[in-house]
Design a protein around this ligand. Structure first.
Ligand SMILES: C[S@@+](CC[C@H](N)C(=O)[O-])C[C@H]1O[C@@H](n2cnc3c(N)ncnc32)[C@H](O)[C@@H]1O
Length: 402
């Protein structure tokens, strides 16, 4: 069947219509004519794969990665980098419009200086000694030799992964500013790693094997914007250092001198530590114990004595927070804010909210709930997840005049 691709949807899939029914075509680009094979046929939509591109878009980019289209990790590698940014801007503009959220100004997009080989953490499967990713929505292993989104220090680990002597395992590889490597392995097997040979190939700082540290440390240090952060194997750190650096700068620009800051979902304390150089006091809340311990350590490492760390679930803790604050930093996981947290914000009404979001849909939902009390002063897309459909946003909300 031959179809004409009209535009891209939020997931970077081409949209076409057949007999008035919408068809989502993976990896097709606007204005292309493609021959398709339907793989899912529902009442209101179908999903299809390309059999052949008959009329190729002049925007199409070829051969960036041999696994594109197969492993499903990237969604936009068939576009030029600047066109992926236009896709993200359009996606956000359309979501704002669909949700009837007022924002008249232009939406800035902060480009990455390193749009490929940027990821400092990837999780892989090892099955029957082969290493790779599961194909999207399946348990089918796609063996890989490298990943174009991952830092080259991570690709070096993939190349030498045979030295791990693992038959079946989950492997997470993390790499820091200095290309040092932390390996996190979960498996039913016993460790049989050729350590000396591995250490000749990569800057190995630690191996956590089934939650036990069997070599080096279970953490490393990350350096960013003249700050140093201890990061445990199970603590979050932004996956794109180049964009994280720009995010830190924007956070600092938006902190008033002598303000009191509440930093919810604080990870190893990064954004709170950035804010603490201007703020009088910072309160940071995080659910992962090691991340909170890292935060306490990082505050003293960076010579800060105005931060208090609170361990626990934001949703439960907000009702117990009695500290005064005028600025709220929120950087939640993809699910965004729950009802308790929204109610807490609307009750406390801090004068400024800095909302860092990695999921545009939950961000829109939360902005809608805050719109009676807050106006959006600045909306930026930070291209944290280059060449994927994921969009990181930073919104500055100011309280409306009462
Ligand atoms: C997107 S990360 C942001 C971390 C930090 N702001 C940063 O920039 O590095 C979200 C963080 O929220 C934490 N988290 C997830 N659910 C939580 C909850 N219910 N309460 C507190 N923290 C939570 C995660 O462990 C993670 O560290």
């Amino acid at each position: 069947m031959k179809v004409f691709i009209e535009k891209l949807d939020d997931f970077g899939r081409g949209i076409a219509h057949v007999n008035k029914k919408v068809v989502f075509v993976k990896n097709a680009l606007p204005k292309e004519v493609v021959e398709i094979k339907i793989i899912k046929d529902k009442k209101s939509f179908s999903e299809a794969l390309i059999v052949k591109v008959l009329g190729v878009s002049n925007k199409r980019v070829f051969d960036v990665c041999p696994y594109f289209n197969i492993c499903g990790g990237c969604h936009l590698l068939h576009l030029d980098y600047d066109d992926t940014l236009i896709f993200k801007q359009t996606k956000i503009k359309e979501l704002l419009k669909k949700n009837k959220i007022d924002y008249e100004k232009e939406i800035d997009i902060v480009k990455s200086d390193i749009p490929l080989n940027y990821r400092n953490k990837i999780s892989l499967k090892i099955e029957n000694k082969e290493i790779g990713f599961y194909q999207e929505n399946t348990h089918k292993l796609i063996p890989i030799k490298e990943c174009v989104l991952a830092k080259s220090s991570i690709n070096e680990v993939i190349k030498n992964s045979y030295l791990l002597n693992l038959e079946n395992a989950n492997l997470t590889i993390r790499s820091n500013y200095n290309d040092e490597i932390l390996l996190i392995i979960n498996t039913c097997e016993k460790p049989n790693i050729e350590l000396d040979k591995l250490k000749e190939k990569i800057k190995l700082v630690g191996i956590v094997f089934n939650e036990k540290t069997i070599y080096g440390n279970n953490f490393f240090y990350e350096r960013l914007n003249n700050k140093l952060f201890k990061v445990s194997f199970d603590s979050f750190f932004q996956i794109n250092l180049n964009i994280a650096s720009k995010l830190f700068d924007f956070i600092l620009d938006n902190i008033r001198d002598d303000s009191k800051v509440l930093d919810l979902y604080s990870g190893v304390g990064t954004l709170g530590i950035v804010a603490s150089s201007k703020a009088l006091k910072v309160y940071s809340v995080e659910i992962i114990k090691n991340a909170v311990l890292n935060g306490i350590f990082n505050a003293s490492l960076n010579k800060r004595n105005n931060i208090k760390y609170i361990l626990g679930d934001v949703s439960n803790l907000v009702n117990k927070i009695n500290e005064e604050f005028d600025t709220l930093i929120i950087d939640p996981p993809r699910r965004g804010l729950d009802k308790n947290t929204i109610d807490f914000i609307l009750r406390k009404k801090p004068s400024k909210i800095i909302y860092v979001s990695c999921d545009a849909n939950t961000l829109m939902r939360d902005l809608k709930k805050l719109e009676d009390s807050y106006e959006i002063n600045d909306f930026k897309i930070m291209d944290m997840f280059s060449f994927t459909y994921h969009v990181e946003c930073m919104c500055i909300l100011n309280i409306k005049d009462r």
